[in-house]
Design a protein. Structure first.
Length: 113
């Protein structure tokens, strides 16, 4: 997708602070963090959201990458939250499947404030 900002980050056309990367997934710091740790985990293949024919193998790569991010950021012992917004009503602002990894402080029991 020529106009997708996350595709451009995946291609190295836009700089990002990369936390983890392999052939299928890239994880980078969110530019507008909502917690002390806020990393986006993005499959390199473009999918608009979770409903866009994402294979089980791709999702497995994403889940593995989330684990790597949690360990790299020191969240594995304290805990963290993973969110995938799907569609406008959920707050998805970039139409490229991505997962938010949030942590570094107590986030509370509610999903939204």
């Amino acid at each position: 997708m020529d106009d997708c900002i996350f595709c451009k980050i995946c291609a190295g056309e836009i700089p990002a602070t990369v936390v983890y990367e392999n052939d299928q997934v890239i994880a980078f710091e969110d530019l507008n963090p909502q917690a002390p740790v806020h990393v986006l985990v993005v499959p390199k293949e473009h999918h608009a959201n979770l409903l866009d024919d994402v294979s089980a193998a791709e999702l497995a790569e994403v889940v593995a990458a989330i684990g790597e991010v949690a360990r790299a950021k020191g969240l594995s012992d304290r805990g963290f939250r993973v969110i995938a917004n799907t569609g406008a009503d959920a707050g998805q602002t970039v139409e490229h499947l991505h997962f938010h990894v949030l942590g570094g402080e107590p986030l509370g029991e509610g999903l939204i404030p």
